[in-house]
Structures are given as C-alpha cells and as structure tokens.
Design a protein around this ligand. Structure first.
Ligand code: SAM
Length: 229
C-alpha cells in the first residue's frame, strides 16, 4: 500500500517532537510486560532511544503491552552497566539513578531540563551496587503507603513525565525536529515511512533514497520492492 500523505505528516509530527537528550537505562529489567510498558511511556513522552543491560544470555522480549512502540523507540543493548554509563556520560547525559536509600534526592527537587538519563533497576533487586556507584545523582519517588517500591514501569513513567513537564514549563520541548540531529531525523523518517525499503537498502549497503515533501520516493526501485511500498 502506498504511504498516504496523512500518515507521512503524522510520522513527521511525532519525529518533530522527539528528544535525543532524554533517555532511560534499564538494568536487568527483563520482564516483557515491564520492558514493553516502559518503551510505550518512552514513545508517549518523546524519547528517541532507550538503553538496556540484559541478564547474560537472556533475550529481550516484548509483549502486547508495547502496542508497537518498539517500532518508534530504538532499544540499544549494552554489555554491562559500566559500559552503558560510560557511553551516556560521553554523550553529555547527567545520570539520575533510582535508589531507595537515604542518600537519594526527591525527584521533584531535580532539574531534568538538560540531557537526562534515568537509570532503573531489576524488579527484584533494584539497581546493582556497581551501577549505583557510578550515577551522578541518586533519586527517589516518595512513597506514602505500606509497600516500599513502585513497579519499575510506573517509576519510569513518573520520572519521564516529570522531565516532560519541566521541559514544557521551560519551553525547551522540540516542535520542529530540533531535538535530534538533522541526519538522524532524515534517516529515521525514512525508516519509519518505508521499513521494508530501509531494510533492503541496509542489506545492499546503499544509502536511503530521497523523499519529496509528501513522502514519495524519488528513485526507481526494483519492482518487487515497489509492491511493498
Ligand atoms: N527491592 C528493590 C530495591 O530495593 O531497589 C525494589 C526494586 S523496584 C520494584 C524496581 C525498580 O523500580 C527500582 O530499581 C527503581 O528503578 C524503580 N523504583 C521503584 N520504586 C521507586 C521509587 N519509589 N523511587 C524511584 N525508583 C523506584
């Protein structure tokens, strides 16, 4: 089916609001429903990509809770917490590690308007000691009830929406694609609009074709591929 102009406009509108400087790192959050719910919240807030460290040998699986958000939010795997944090720090992220200990700060007293990465831990054990030692700022969400902690996906959504609220208040939420680099914007737009063609181009090791203003591919493609556009 051809890409409808309305669909192309919707893809652009979502990408226009994506933020490359807001992310989550999930350490051993391996339950499919939690991983899926977190990705869905990332999409809802406008997160461009999420980062994961999985338990050795365990594949990352998602379920229906994701509602397809895995198509719109990149999931980047890392070997371990230290490698992931080094990668994020090198890219200028301030690392906020969720921690239920006494040294942590109330998340409402923190500034999430700059490059922000929230680090969330395993359902059973929380963040590992090694990763906790590497974060810039431990934070917690105050609890009023009998149970000590939130479900990890609820904690992730609470923090992400607080970051969005702060950014909206500060007037720094992108609205015209400025939240990500221009090259990445164009690449992602093509991948969202034409996933099959994008896959074929990668296999062929050739650049993605140009699109016109309405999202039409400005190049002759093999007939079999055209039928899938
Ligand atoms: N017993 C674990 C602990 O002490 O950390 C509980 C883990 S909790 C169910 C799983 C993850 O959810 C935590 O690692 C953290 O990322 C997040 N989380 C849960 N409640 C939180 C809260 N009140 N504040 C901040 N993060 C929280």
């Amino acid at each position: 089916m051809p890409l409808l102009p309305r669909r192309f406009e919707r893809l652009k509108a979502v990408l226009d609001r994506r933020m490359g400087d807001l992310t989550v790192l999930l350490e051993h959050v391996d339950k499919p429903h939690n991983l899926s719910a977190i990705l869905r919240s990332c999409d809802a807030v406008g997160v461009m990509e999420a980062h994961v460290v999985s338990l050795a040998g365990r594949p990352r699986t998602l379920n229906d809770t994701a509602k397809g958000s895995q198509k719109w939010v990149d999931l980047r795997p890392h070997a371990d917490g230290a490698t992931a944090l080094a990668h994020l720090k090198e890219r200028g992220f301030r690392i906020f590690g969720t921690h239920l200990g006494v040294t942590a700060r109330d998340y409402r007293d923190c500034d999430f308007t700059g490059a922000t990465a929230f680090v969330l831990g395993a359902e059973k054990w929380g963040l590992s000691e090694a990763t906790t030692a590497l974060v810039d700022q431990p934070i917690f969400i105050p609890m009023q009830g009998m149970v000590q902690s939130l479900n990890v996906s609820v904690a992730a959504a609470t923090l992400l929406f607080e970051a969005l609220r702060q950014r909206q208040q500060a007037g720094v939420v992108p609205g015209g694609g400025e939240g990500i680099a221009a090259e990445r914007y164009q690449r992602t737009l093509f991948e969202w609009a034409y996933p099959d063609v994008a896959r074929w181009c990668r296999q062929q090791q050739r650049p993605y074709p140009q699109l016109d203003g309405e999202g039409t591919i400005l190049e002759e493609l093999p007939r079999t591929l055209k039928l899938r556009c």
